[in-house]
Design a protein around this ligand. Structure first.
Ligand code: PEP
Ligand code: MG
Length: 569
């Protein structure tokens, strides 16, 4: 009888029973901080090793647990990436223990705190959301260290709707295997790993519900509407009837979408559109086949650097890029060189105290050119893998022909040194206003370009990409950003393929607009591709061209949205 309105982060409908998981009050660890003597170091290392082993074997077991319908590549990828994180975090905790002479719980707390703080400052939503994984692994290790009890994940009632302040990624995986029907939380954004998983696993989720764990008690009947972001507590007969109608409509549309996913992405007037995926880890390449995409349009490689306490070696990187390329077989893999610097500093550089560090204030490609050794090692690994696979290189934050030429020259040197005959295609990201004023020169050098609307929007409109929301005037829907995209398409002409790989490419309405502007390649989070395919299969390019030319004359994003909405009515 009471309806709560939150943010829909994973679509779908569930009629179930509440299970309140109040981790913060029911499962808090008791871990007094204390200083230790040098003689105690060995014993503390031993306790850490035990906690590391127990955490890893728990993750291994979960990975091998019986496969249910929810067992997609995504959940396995989360568990195996957490197993790797356990090792990396344990290595950092050991260093901290020896340096500070504190007990292992305090050292773990401090290492997790530092990593989380660093990730939280990052502008990129996708990367920032990875702090959840760090806290998840930290929580697991701390539980083993303190011998604390565990939430009984495998004993859920039928149609359980978990109600929590926040659900961490590995908890979502374990609960999904126990038959979880929906997730209702206080916090956790749409880019959080839990949200990505919930979408991949088909679990409806609503977040942003303040103090939800005290408003709902275990055992209450809940209706979860993951489309509207609504949770109804103890529903009336009328609410139930309305819910059933919406759920039936959703199931019909979803069934049509699933059929559509196997069909080519071609507009009604026969224009083929290439739909590609954005990934951040090699495991995610599995999603390309699952969603029938043409390849990877953007492999963000920052993770490997941001999560590692030492410089990732040539071998480690070859393995990572080759794993993604192997999954894709002959589909293209566009690898973006690391977009680091500024707010995104890897731990092995952030902890360097001695000597001047000119790269600190640089971003994107200019950071890479200043950190030459790091850059060359990455290029060597990419070039090596590109000898036997369709691997292309994309450079971030290009500001003109000068930095782009320096990057190209570095690739050529690497090719020479490796004596590698095959030069991968080289592309420029167009995501700075400066690049818009150097388009001709950049396009003369580029084999392809990719428009990063996330950064382009924030730099053109003087906004903070973290703060932007749908109602905000400062979004990629702003006519100024649309004119910038149009200009790239016009200058590129037929000679240079143009892709759009910012988040908005995965929004069906915006994708229609992009087609009208002449873009023929869109790269997005793979889980968002089905509705985009559905939308593009139902448009005429010629109509969209007309609509896009009207959008270019608008003055606000609101006008553009209304134009698109009117067209659909
Ligand atoms: C962009 O800026 O649009 C983009 C795709 O790059 P990132 O989100 O990684 O900065
Ligand atoms: Mg960017």
């Amino acid at each position: 009888m009471q309806a709560l309105k939150g943010i829909a982060i994973s679509p779908g409908y569930a009629d179930g029973v509440a299970v309140v998981y109040d981790y913060e009050t029911d499962y808090q660890f008791v871990c007094p901080d204390r200083d230790i003597l040098p003689a105690e170091l060995g014993a503390e290392h031993g306790r850490l090793d035990d906690a590391m082993e127990q955490s890893q074997s728990e993750l291994d077991q979960a990975e091998q647990s019986p496969h249910g319908p929810a067992d997609l590549a995504d959940s396995t990828a989360v568990l195996s990436s957490h197993a790797q994180l356990v090792q990396d975090i344990a290595a950092q905790v050991k260093q901290h223990l020896s340096r500070k002479l504190v007990n292992v719980e305090q050292a773990l707390d401090s290492v997790i705190g530092t990593l989380v703080d660093r990730l939280c400052q990052i502008e990129n939503e996708y990367l920032r959301a990875r702090e959840q994984d760090i806290r998840d692994v930290g929580r697991r290790m701390m539980r083993h260290l303190t011998g604390s009890p565990r939430f009984p994940f495998s004993h859920l009632p039928e149609h359980a709707v978990i109600v929590a302040r926040e659900l961490l990624p590995s908890e979502a995986v374990e609960l999904s295997r126990a038959g979880l029907a929906a997730i209702v939380t206080e916090q956790g954004g749409p880019d959080s790993h839990t949200a990505i998983l919930a979408r991949a696993l088909g679990i409806p989720s609503v977040t942003g519900l303040v103090e939800v764990t005290s408003q709902i008690q275990s055992g209450m009947r809940l209706l979860v509407d993951g489309e509207a972001g609504k949770v109804t507590i103890a529903p009336s007969a009328a609410e139930l009837a309305e819910f059933s109608t919406s759920r039936a409509n959703y199931q019909r549309t979803n069934a049509a979408m699933a059929v559509n996913e196997t069909l080519p992405c071609v507009t009604r007037d026969g224009i083929a559109i290439s739909l590609l995926g954005n990934i951040g880890r090699p495991e995610e390449a599995e999603q390309i086949g699952i969603h029938n995409l043409s390849g990877v349009g953007l492999f963000r490689t920052e993770f490997l650097f941001l999560e590692s306490h030492e410089r990732p070696s040539f071998e480690t990187q070859c393995d990572m890029y080759a794993r993604a390329a192997n999954v894709l077989e002959d589909r293209p893999l566009v690898i973006r060189t690391f977009d680091l610097g500024g707010d995104k500093l890897p731990p092995f550089l952030a902890s360097q105290r001695s000597g001047p560090q000119p790269s600190r204030h640089l971003r994107g490609l200019r950071f890479s050119l200043a950190e030459r050794l790091l850059f060359e090692t990455q290029l060597r690994a990419i070039v090596q893998v590109a000898q036997t696979a369709d691997v292309r290189i994309l450079f971030p934050m290009i500001v003109g022909s000068h930095d782009f030429s320096c990057a190209i020259a570095t690739v050529d040197q690497v090719l020479d040194r490796l004596d590698a005959p095959r030069r991968p295609a080289l592309g420029a990201m167009i995501e700075t206003p400066a690049a818009l004023f150097a388009l001709k020169e950049i396009l003369e050098l580029a084999d392809f370009v990719s428009i990063g609307t996330n950064d382009l929007t924030q730099y053109m409109l003087a906004t903070d990409r973290r703060a932007a929301d749908l109602t905000d005037e400062c979004t990629a829907w702003h006519p100024a950003v649309l004119r910038a995209i149009q200009r790239v398409v016009d200058v590129a002409g037929m000679d240079c393929p143009v892709c759009v790989c910012g988040e908005e490419a995965g929004e069906p309405g915006f994708a229609r607009l992009l087609i009208g502007l002449g873009v023929r390649e869109l790269s997005m989070t793979p889980g968002r591709a089905a509705p985009v395919r559905q939308a593009l299969r139902s448009i005429d390019c010629s109509t969209m061209r007309e609509l896009a030319s009207q959008a270019l004359c608008c003055t606000t994003p609101g006008e553009v949205r209304r134009l698109l909405a009117d067209d659909r009515d």
